[in-house]
Design a protein around this ligand. Sequence first.
Ligand code: GLU
Length: 313
Amino acid sequence: MVMSEWDQLKLHLQEWVEEYRGTSAAGKVAEYIPELSKAEQDRLGIHLLDSRGHSISSGDAQAGFTMQSISKVFTLILALMDHGEAAVFSKVGMEPTGDHFNSIMKLELSQPGIPFNPLINAGAIVVSSKIKGENAKEKSARILSFFRELAGNPGLDYDEPVYRSESETGHLNRSMAYFLLDKGTLGCGVEEVLDIYFRQCSIKVCCEDLARMALVLAFDGTDPLSGKTLIPRRYVQIAKTFMVTCGMYNGSGEFAIGVGLPAKSGVSGGILTLVPGRYGIGVVGPALNPKGNSIAGVQLIERLSRTFDWSLF
Ligand code: GLU
């Protein structure tokens, strides 16, 4: 009898996690946000969730970590829900950069002050400044409550030490925000937008939270577990397209070829990915490869995608 994919996953996932965990030794935990440097180098965890709520968890899936850049996908969606496509894309572009996520270089090229896309830091800062709300506190509260709803977890909250650590050391992001302010791209002041941005990056999750958020994207905006439509389908389509073209920093091309799934990574080592119409997947592995993606996480996801032929291409 041929074993189902799910049964194969149940049988082998733990073994694959242990196989790739060792590759973490060749990676580097992010240090530029001092608090992130405390993460365990060889941590590797994964959580897979299907539309019936069945899940498989392996390795260090219970460990908590901050969303960092993964948050950018969902604040983009919220900004689109707040203002629509035309308004959002008048202030941020749709093209990959090929540069590092926090590069400032291209901000002055092409259209000065219009970041290339919403998943690089400059673009995400612009997007965060557009979230509706009277002040930073209200905007952050809307982001957090949207994330809680998508994750089906009312307990999601900020990791305060990570928030403070980035707020105290995020000079490069601060400089980008000043540039954007000068060019008239920001929807609010510099300290206000940075507070919103650093807070969204510091939202603490585990692999299961990411898997649940990913599942909503895998089902075009309707949470299959609650039956509720949380995001209009068009905005999920936009988000998934950015995830394919820019979700894995300047390693997005390599990831599209090796894995072929929409994904977004963060400097804490988290990766959110999905198999459309089937699974939401959350991964964590804090040791990063030179492109800034979890070194073991990428290899583990590639193994799964190759084994089960998940590539969309
Ligand atoms: N908070 C991080 C920063 O702005 C996010 C970067 C990332 O995860 O790529 O530097």
